[in-house]
Design a protein around this ligand. Sequence first.
Ligand SMILES: Cc1cc2nc3c(=O)[nH]c(=O)nc-3n(C[C@H](O)[C@H](O)[C@H](O)COP(=O)(O)OP(=O)(O)OC[C@H]3O[C@@H](n4cnc5c(N)ncnc54)[C@H](O)[C@@H]3O)c2cc1C
Length: 415
Amino acid sequence: MTVDDIDVLVIGAGLAGLRCAGVLAAAGRDVTVWEAADDIGGRVRTDVIDGFRCDRGFQVLNPAYPELSRAVDLEELALQPFGAGVAVRRERGATVWVHPLRVPQKVPAMLARGGLGPRDLVALARWAGPALRPGALKSGGADTTLHAALDAAGVRGELRRVIDRFLAGVVLDDTGSGSNAFALLLARMFALGVPALPAGGMAALPRRLAAGLHDRISLHRTAVDIRRDGAGFRVGDGAGAVRAAEVVVAADPVTAAGLAGLPTPDMHGVVTDWWATDEPQSAPPMLWVDGRPERTGPVLNAAVISAAAPTYAPPGRHLIAASALLARDGAAPAEEITRRHAAAILSTDGAGWELLIRHRIPAALPAQPAPLSVRRRVRLDDGLWVCGDHRDTASIQGALVSGRRTAEALLKRAG
Ligand SMILES: Cc1cc2nc3c(=O)[nH]c(=O)nc-3n(C[C@H](O)[C@H](O)[C@H](O)COP(=O)(O)OP(=O)(O)OC[C@H]3O[C@@H](n4cnc5c(N)ncnc54)[C@H](O)[C@@H]3O)c2cc1C
C-alpha cells in the first residue's frame, strides 16, 4: 500500500466540498478532492435522457441565496425562472397565488378570486413577520415547530393547506415537526427571489464550482477510514492511503457522521418522476400544489418543467416532474399513482406521458429540528474538519456557506 503525503484532503465533491476546496485553492493551498461517485455534484446532479434534463430529484436554485452569488457568477448559469408565485389546484379550477413583491398589480385580482381573505392576510403576516429579521431566526432562540407556529398565527383553511404542502415539498417533511425558523428563512428566500433552473441543468452549479479544480478531483475514490498519523491524518480508501496535514470531511450527512464520529442525523427521502410528452401543455410555468381539502394522491409539487426551463426538453417536446415523500421505511408511491395525481393537479391527462426516469432518494435532506441551530461546529480536532448542509441549513445555501466557512476556519487556524 502506497502512502502519498498531501496538504489538504477534501472528502466529497458535493457543493460543500467543492466550495471548500475552491476557497482553499484560491488561497494557495494544495488541495486534493476525493469523490466516491462517478461524477461531482453529490445531491445536485442531472441525468440527460433522450435530450431531456432530469435533475436527480426535482430541485430549484433560488438566486436570492446570499452565498450563491459569492460562489459563482449567476450570469454563467443562464437561469430560467419559474413564474413568480405558486399555482394551486382547487376543487373547481385553479388559482395562482402571485408573488406580492414581483407582481403587486395582480394582488387585487388574486384576492377577488377568493380563497384568501383579510383574516388570512393578517394570519400570514403574523406567521411570516419574523422573516424580516433573519439574524434573530438564525439564533434559534424563540424557535418552535412549523406546525405550532402556523397554529399560533391562526393560519387555516386553503392558505394553511398550501403553505403546509408547499413547504413539505421543500423541507421534504409533511409532519410540520421541523424548525419554524428554518421554514421562515426559506420563505424569506422565496419572497426575495424567484426559483429558477440553470440552462445546463442543476449540475451546472457544481460544474461552475469545480472550474479550476479539475486536476485536483479524483472520482471513484471512497474514503473508508481516517486515522491520526503524527501531526496529520492517514486516510484510506481500501486500496491505498494518503497522509494529509488537514482533512475536510465533506461527505453526505450520514457518511460524514460515520467518518467523523458525529451523531447520525435523521434524513428525509423523496421520489421524483420525470415524464416526457409531445402533447402541448397549457399549465403556466409555475410550481403547482394541490390545495384541495382532500388530496387525491401523494404528490407535493408538480410542474411542467420545460414551460419554465425550455432547455430541459428537446424542441417541440415537454417535460413534467412531480415529487412525493418516501415513507419512513423508504417505500415510494407507485408511479401510476403519482402520474394520476400530477395530471390532476396540472388539469391534464397523463395517460400518454412516457416515464423517462424515477429518482428515489432516501437520504435527500437532513432533518432541521427546532430550535434551529445554524453554524454548527466544523472543527473536530487539530487538522480535522467537517462541512456540509448538515452543519448549517439543509439547503444549497447551507452547503455553500458551510464549505466556505470551513475553508476560512482552516486558513485562519493555519495563520
Ligand atoms: C431531491 C432533492 C431536492 C432538493 N431541493 C433543494 C432545493 O430546491 N433547494 C435547496 O436549496 N436545496 C435543495 N436540496 C438540498 C441540496 O441539494 C443539498 O443541501 C446540498 O446539495 C448538499 O450538499 P453537500 O455538499 O452538503 O452534500 P452532498 O451533496 O451529499 O455531497 C457529498 C459528496 O460526498 C461524496 N461522498 C460520500 N461519501 C464519500 C466517501 N466516503 N469518500 C468520498 N466521497 C464521498 C458523495 O458522493 C457526494 O458527492 C435538495 C436535495 C435533494 C436530494
